[in-house]
Design a protein around this ligand. Structure first.
Ligand code: GLC
Ligand code: MG
Length: 676
């Protein structure tokens, strides 16, 4: 065997063992080779017990045989520490699990993207024209994404860009799965979405369930009575020149029934006659709309603004609606204001359909950071309780919020009391735990700068960005754009004055179209001074103030998720506090919506310090001013954000004046928020 045999013999023996017990291996060799079984047993037992005694004398070593290991490991000095270590590990693991559960249970929900940033509405015709045809387009939007980074805005709602004959500028959809060539191609859309996502921006699309264009394939199949599509729209018998089926009127005026020669029946349209109403009592129609929702969610769209939802269902009995003035001759009943729209809006079953839409969106909302947002559009005017139903119920989710249009009425009576009244219409009626929102303009309404007056533009933006909840900004409001005057020959739609091209700079076409001299609507003549570029250079501009307030709101807990408490309202001033339990830093907002300058006395508000320092005024010269709390001065249209430090919160002493969506407290020592 030579060297290998020797080596095997040596190597399987442990030198340490040999060192510790000189004759051990030799003795064992002898026994195993030459002695009888009996002899070997008795000697072996003896030797083992000898060895055991000897082992106790020595230290354990690497590679020791199992018997030795077992012997040592059962000794108290090894067993006890081992058991301590074991139980320590178990306890630590349990403690970690417990702490994790406690942290999760005690942490208030993080704000979702649609809560953290204002929603910015782009009217695509008017935002930026990339190809020089005078009409804005998707590529144009992509060129201007930096604007949102600059403003710290993350949520962008783009009004419709589906293929459309444009009778209602895109709200008459010919194909829900295609892009209108005026705005670009599907590739342009995908590129835009990818570019937005790479910048952390979210894209909200308009979704128009109530009607299609009369050029939509479904309408053609329906009017030719294709068996599957026959009931896709709301049809009823009528004569070509005879009376209308009932007194229902369109939102755009006159009867909402039009005779269709092809089918020989009347169809319903609650908007233009080129926008036939879909029949949501037909389950196939609901299914079609859900498929369209899936189509866009699959593409990665982050949310939908659901258009004109209250009109989706009509009463199947089709009775006349009651007249507001019963004595009015029926032929003069031509506008929505002449009728109580009892049978054409807000019908039973409407919310079930919207909740089904929401449920579909939830399927796509599972991945972290991919929550799909839903906002509904419904003007319910005084019937605020109807609007609130779009928030859904405790058990069933619906929209994340319905648009709150009440602030659009601010110009009706610019005053502190009126501003508070409008704010309270929402805060006082919103279901508990829901998230408020505020709209001061959109493509359907006169710009607030024109209806309220330029003087109030900054104050309105301050209100918008310091109230609790999500602000909506219609393009141009960030620079205080006003309505244009459109001449009779220029007008294409009654709402044109608020849809003029965004004023980017003082160059030709205000930088909206840099290629040709076309713009689909005239620019506002003030564009040489009122434009993004000029305002970026001016610290006191509407734009700079918008940006400052939006950034402040996102970085300050009291503003983005704290309490909102009414403090004061009079003919001029509306004032409120934003604070968070546990946080010393709080904000007092004082806005003068009145017709006169004002001195406001808040000395009775014990929770406020005696001296108040202005963090930001809409009149830049007043930044940093210090007022005694008994004499806070504001000019007409001036708003102040006052930051102060306090140990006494206002909300515990005035619970009936205060609102919060989800309570959270701040622990200053370790800088965390917790549920309280
Ligand atoms: C919504 C839109 C409006 C459109 C109407 C019909 O109210 O905002 O522009 O005309 O629905 O779709
Ligand atoms: Mg309808």
């Amino acid at each position: 065997m030579g060297r290998i045999g020797d080596c095997l013999g040596e190597c399987t023996r442990n030198p340490g063992y040999k060192d510790a017990d000189g004759d051990g291996p030799a003795a064992r060799d002898n026994i195993s080779v030459s002695d009888s079984e009996e002899k070997r047993d008795s000697i072996g037992v003896k030797r083992l017990s000898d060895a055991r005694d000897e082992y106790t004398q020595i230290k354990p070593y690497a590679g020791m045989p199992k018997e030795v290991l077992v012997l040592y490991s059962s000794k108290a000095r090894y067993r006890v520490p081992r058991e301590i270590l074991f139980w320590l590990t178990v306890c630590c693991t349990l403690a970690l699990v417990a702490v994790t559960i406690a942290v999760i249970a005690l942490s208030p929900k993080c704000l979702s993207w649609w809560q953290a940033s204002p929603v910015y509405q782009i009217y695509p015709r008017s935002f930026k024209d990339s190809d020089g045809d005078g009409v804005g387009d998707l590529k144009g939007i992509r060129e201007k994404l930096d604007h949102f980074e600059y403003l710290n805005i993350k949520s962008i709602w783009i009004s419709p860009f589906y293929r459309s004959p444009m009778k209602d500028f895109g709200y008459d959809v010919e194909d829900f799965r295609d892009i209108d060539p005026l705005f670009g191609t599907m590739k342009d859309f995908e590129d835009l979405l990818a570019a937005m996502h790479s910048k952390g921006l979210k894209l909200i699309m308009d979704f128009i369930p109530n009607h299609t264009s009369d050029l939509h394939r479904w309408f053609n199949l329906s009017r030719t009575r294709d068996p599957h599509y026959e009931d896709y729209y709301v049809w009823t018998d009528c004569k070509p020149d005879g009376p209308k089926p009932n007194n229902w009127v369109s939102i755009f005026g006159n009867s909402s029934w039009t005779y269709d020669e092809v089918r020989g029946q009347c169809y319903l349209h609650q908007f233009l006659k080129e926008q036939p109403d879909l029949n949501f009592r037909n389950p196939d129609v609901i299914k079609e709309m859900i498929d369209i929702i899936h189509f866009w969610l699959e593409k990665g769209v982050d949310g939908f603004r659901m258009d004109a939802v209250k009109h989706m269902l009509e009463a199947p009995h089709m009775r006349d609606e009651p007249q507001v003035d019963p004595n009015k001759p029926p032929e003069l009943v031509t506008t929505e204001w002449d009728l109580h729209s009892d049978y054409t809006t807000s019908q039973v079953g409407l919310h079930d359909i919207l909740r089904e839409f929401r449920a579909q969106m939830d399927i796509y909302s599972q991945e972290p950071g991919r929550y799909r947002f839903m906002v509904t559009e419904s003007y319910d005017y005084e019937e605020v309780y109807k609007t609130m139903m779009y928030y859904g119920s405790r058990l069933e989710k619906e929209g994340d919020f319905p648009f709150n249009f009440y602030l659009l009425d601010l110009p009706h009576n610019t005053s502190g009391v009126w501003a508070k009244h409008l704010v309270h219409l929402w805060m006082g009626n919103m279901p508990k735990g829901k998230w408020p929102n505020w709209v001061v303009g959109n493509h359907d309404r006169t710009r607030i700068s024109s209806s309220a007056g330029r003087l109030y533009v900054r104050a309105i933006n301050m209100l918008l960005l310091t109230l609790p909840g999500t602000a909506t900004t219609y393009y141009g409001e960030e620079i205080g754009m006003e309505n244009i005057n459109v001449t009779a020959s220029q007008i294409q739609d009654p709402a044109d004055p608020q849809r003029s091209p965004l004023q980017w700079n003082a160059d030709t076409n205000a930088g909206f179209n840099e290629k040709t001299n076309l713009t689909w609507l005239p620019l506002h003549p003030d564009y040489e001074t009122v434009n993004v570029e000029a305002q970026m250079k001016d610290d006191g501009s509407v734009l700079a103030q918008y940006r400052f307030l939006n950034t402040l709101r996102q970085s300050e807990l009291p503003l983005n998720r704290g309490w909102f408490c009414y403090v004061h309202a009079d003919a001029n001033v509306f004032s409120y506090i934003r604070e968070l339990d546990g946080l010393k830093r709080a904000f007092l907002i004082v806005v003068n919506f009145g017709k006169e300058s004002a001195v406001t006395d808040l000395s009775s508000v014990r929770e406020l310090p005696d001296e108040l320092k202005v963090l930001m005024s809409t009149t830049i010269a007043n930044d940093g001013k210090v007022f005694p709390k008994s004499r806070i001065q504001t000019e007409v249209g001036e708003g102040l954000v006052i930051q102060y430090s306090t140990n006494t919160r206002f909300n515990p002493n005035h619970p009936e004046e205060c609102y919060i969506s989800e309570k959270a407290c701040y622990l200053e020592t370790i800088d965390i928020l917790y549920k309280c």
